[in-house]
Design a protein around this ligand. Structure first.
Ligand code: FA5
Length: 345
């Protein structure tokens, strides 16, 4: 008859060695030594066969318990070691690219992004929030819900890039930021005071004042008792807040299917401060964008009662605004990425 193995004695030293292992490779070798086929634990298990039946059961349970504790200790140490080895590897593989560039040439935000940020800040200061919407849009949001039914002649104002997605001409690259008006109204209840900056697309041949990809910022206000006077006052307040004291805005009648009445809005010419110069065709004013009172059909499309709610909207080109502010005479300068141009701003 064999002597009964002492599992406590077997694992006590083993647990210390596992805790002291200082690498996954060392731990792997320890695992084989302490719990593998030729380990003292395996020998003790084999020795159980020589015990008397009554004793064998108790000794077997004690041995299993010892093995379980050892395996748990090995597993937890393995996780610790793997984690610290991963950290060490990441630290050695880390590439700090910023160190390769001298601080004075680290670059800066593009002029259009700077303008977009400033515009957002100006409107946030006036109590507006900022929303965004998708650039790939459906015909419904870009046209239909904005009161341009299929075949409406005003669709010709927007030369549209259509996407090959779904039924013909059902999906497109948005031609303006106005579809986000509809999205905002669909997902929220009035009162709404929101601006929406974003990229727009039109099949426009690039020239000094047109790009096929450009930026607009849209404004939408919906509340009770909003008047055309509130629209005019808001645009005037914005013009002064953005361009500075002495800059004013004016409205001229225009047409958009989604606003009625509609207007173009002009601001004091930034070059001659209203005196009249070549850039403003001696009028003292520069055109910035379109605006108007939200059309009742747009309210109906989003389920708002036009008898209860009224509102105004406006939209203008950020790239054109940048040209005005910085006296840039060709909009294409903004996308040619000539560093001699970009570094000036
Ligand atoms: C619109 O896009 C209307 N959604 C604006 C609007 C919003 C009216 C809300 C009423 C209520 P329009 O097509 O005029 O309107 O474009 C507005 C501005 O976008 C223009 O004044 C111009 O600043 C800019 N823009 C238009 N096309 C281009 C282009 N190809 N390149 C650069 N800027 C452009």
């Amino acid at each position: 008859m064999s002597a009964r193995p002492d599992p406590e004695a077997l694992v006590a030293g083993a647990l210390d060695r596992v805790a002291a292992a200082d690498g996954t490779e060392e731990l792997r070798m320890l695992e084989a030594e302490l719990a593998g086929k030729r380990s003292p634990l395996a020998a003790a298990k084999a020795a159980l066969a020589g015990l008397e039946a009554g004793e064998r059961r108790a000794a077997g349970m004690a041995l299993n318990d010892a093995r379980r504790r050892l395996e748990e200790a090995m597993e937890s140490r393995r996780r610790e070691l793997e984690s610290s080895e991963r950290q060490a590897r990441l630290a050695t593989e880390r590439l700090d690219l910023t160190e390769a560039v001298p601080a004075r040439r680290r670059g800066h935000l593009h002029l259009v992004t700077q303008a977009r940020d400033r515009l957002e800040d100006t409107f946030i200061g006036m109590g507006y929030t900022v929303a965004e919407g998708p650039e790939a849009e459906t015909d419904w949001y870009n046209f239909e819900a904005l009161n341009f039914p299929a075949g409406h002649p005003a669709r010709a104002m927007y030369d549209t890039f259509y996407l090959e997605w779904g039924p013909p001409e059902s999906t497109l690259l948005r031609t303006h930021t106005s579809p986000v008006q509809v999205r905002v109204m669909e997902r929220s209840e009035p009162p709404i005071y929101v601006v929406v900056p974003g990229r727009c697309y039109r099949v426009d041949t690039p020239d000094a004042s047109h790009l096929p990809v450009f930026h607009q910022i849209e404004g939408l206000v919906v509340d009770r008792g909003i008047t055309f006077g509130a629209l005019a006052g808001t645009l005037d307040a914005f013009t002064e807040a953005y361009f500075g004291p002495g800059f004013r805005s004016r409205l001229r009648p225009s047409y958009f299917p989604f606003t009625e009445p509609s207007a173009e809005f002009d601001i004091t010419c930034v070059f001659c401060k209203g005196e009249g110069c070549r850039t403003c065709a001696r009028t003292g004013w520069l055109e910035l964008g379109g605006c108007g009172m939200v059309h009742p059909n747009v309210f109906r499309a989003v389920g708002y009662d036009p008898e209860v709610w009224s509102g105004f909207a406006f939209g203008f080109g950020i790239d054109r605004l940048v040209m005005m502010r910085h006296g840039i005479d060709d909009i294409r300068e903004l996308i040619t990425n000539d560093v001699r141009f970009l570094r000036q701003f």
